[in-house]
Design a protein around this ligand. Structure first.
Ligand code: XMP
Length: 515
């Protein structure tokens, strides 16, 4: 499906930018996030159906604040400005943005808001409702030709519009769930202002992508590195539907996956899908490289390097021609309006093809999709539920959950403890409420007593978090009786464990993984 309907989200550095794009997609409209620095020529070339300006942390009066050429408002493309985007629209078009001098004009959080139902954005929502605010400066005078379409007790302009020019602005965040009916407001902008029809549907995405892949690949081969994670699995399923046995999936099992996970991946792809599946079991090689290494970054580096050594050697040996496919998804390639966030730890997801391997080209069939959309595609393609809804799992696997030096014995203890945790969490229905949970082997031995004897054995830690985006996370308040059951089963059933603790650290200051 060619995306005739396309909305551009111009990123001014706000924290909810991806959320805006996801909400637009949820309204079945294709959209892309572009940095605010994108040229007007590029925008004209893309010919979007509408443009949304995101929020951002700045004041329009800051020296370094992001601005936009006035000509964008002359393109006759509908624009919706959100928060900073709304202030920028007002400021650029000659309205007045008043800089906050004290806290009296600030609004943060849930705010009762009055909407003018004659305005197209608010035509389908009640006259009063809660909106989510996060601003200091405020618009005190709207530009010529605009009218005020929403107010709060504090904010004289909670929304404004100039229907003749199809320009709209909201001071609050309609993309955030706390804004009652926020999605309806976005939908009104997309459908009733931009004239979108809702062409972005996952079924048609699958059909058109399969057709495109068939045409592109022709009778050549395709090789894909399958990790068992959601993205590469869905890419594999899609490619299998397109070219069947022309696809070879190479699955490097470094022996650092969860209990029975390697077998599950193998069975899924050999039984349910038409493809060549190659599994390389190489736990021993990995463990020998990790021998004596306990520093987390050094371990990550070794596991990452060794993974690609094994993978590319296999490709050189057998499949170094045709196409190379990978499960890159949209958030992996968004160029943001913000600077680089400080690097906390190395995540090794980006694949670089070695120079001596020359493929016909790289294929990334999921490159336009958000994670939720990838999951929908996976389900439609018949991947098992547990794979599609799999929790995130770090590339270095249990290598970063066995703290310190990694040995086969420690991996085995951790796999057993983790399997019990997963079983109990599934049984009580808590699993689906957690964003991520797992066991960690801190490599600490403590004294205990079992029967009448002294023990001196391993400590297992349980980690469970809830989060929207993994940038921040709360430790999960799992009921004590569940924790109690998990603890007693682990101590009774896993040899060499005599104590279980629960990690009650949020992120920040902790990270989700321990290494
Ligand atoms: P941290 O520990 O950085 O984790 O708070 C945030 C999320 O990222 C996952 N994680 C990784 N994912 N490769 C990945 O694909 C990695 O190397 C990696 N390290 C951490 C982690 O499980 C959590 O979901």
């Amino acid at each position: 499906m060619e995306n005739k309907e396309r909305v551009i989200v111009l990123d001014f550095g706000g924290q909810y930018n991806q959320l805006i794009a996801r909400r637009v997609r949820e309204c079945n409209v294709y959209c892309e996030i572009l940095p605010y620095t994108v040229s007007l020529d590029k925008i004209k070339e893309l010919n979007p159906t509408g443009i949304i300006f995101t929020g951002g942390p700045n004041s329009v009066y800051d020296e370094s604040s992001p601005h936009i050429a006035k000509e964008i408002f002359e393109l006759n493309i509908p624009i919706l400005g959100i928060c900073y985007g709304c202030q920028l629209m007002a400021y650029t078009l000659g309205g007045v943005v008043t800089a906050a001098t004290d806290n009296s004009s600030c609004e943060y959080g849930k705010t009762m808001t009055n909407y003018n139902k004659n305005d197209v954005i608010f035509a389908n929502v009640p006259e009063h409702g809660i909106s989510w605010m996060s601003h200091r400066d405020y618009i005190s005078t709207v530009p010529d030709g605009f009218s005020i379409t929403a107010t709060t007790a504090v904010c004289p302009v909670a929304a404004m519009s100039c229907p003749e020019r199809k320009l709209y602005g909201v001071q609050f965040h309609p993309e955030v769930n706390h804004t009652e009916n926020g999605k309806d407001m976005l939908r009104s902008f997309l459908y009733d202002v931009c004239g979108c029809k809702g062409e972005w549907q996952m079924d048609s995405f699958i059909d058109s992508t399969v057709a495109k892949l068939k045409e592109q690949i022709g009778d050549k081969g395709v090789v894909l590195g399958l990790s068992g994670g959601v993205d590469s699995s869905v890419a594999a399923a899609l490619l299998s539907k397109a070219v069947g046995k022309q696809l070879t999936c190479v699955f490097v099992d470094q022996g650092l996956m969860r209990k029975d996970e390697g077998d599950f991946v193998e069975q899924t792809f050999t039984k349910l899908f038409d493809m060549n599946f190659v599994r390389i079991n190489c736990q021993e090689e990995f463990l020998s490289k990790l021998k004596g290494v306990s520093e987390p970054e050094a371990k990550r580096k070794i596991i990452g390097t060794e993974f690609y050594n094994v993978f590319w050697n296999k490709i050189r040996e057998s499949y170094g021609s045709g196409y190379f496919a990978q499960g890159t998804i949209y958030p992996d390639r968004i160029e943001s309006g913000k600077g680089d966030a400080a690097k906390i730890k190395t995540h090794h997801n980006q694949v670089e093809v070695p120079q001596d391997i020359t493929f016909e080209g790289i294929i990334e069939p999921l490159q336009d999709l958000f994670k939720d959309e990838v999951r929908v595609v996976g389900e439609k393609l018949g991947l098992p539920h547990e794979l599609v809804w799999r929790q995130p799992f770090p590339g270095p696997g249990l290598g970063v959950r066995v703290i310190g030096e990694v040995t086969a014995e420690k991996v085995k203890i951790l796999q057993e403890a983790d399997a019990i945790l997963r079983e109990e969490m599934d049984k009580c229905g808590y699993a689906s409420q957690m964003s991520q949970f797992f066991a960690v082997l801190p490599g600490v031995k403590t004294v205990g007593v079992m029967g009448d004897s002294r023990t001196y054995d391993e400590l297992v830690a349980i980690r469970a978090v809830t989060t929207d985006d993994f940038m921040t996370a709360d430790w999960a308040k799992i009921p004590y009786d569940i924790l109690g059951r998990v603890s007693s089963r682990i101590i009774n059933e896993v040899e060499h464990v005599n104590r279980v603790v629960y990690d009650i650290t949020s992120k920040p200051p902790g990270t989700v993984e321990w290494e």
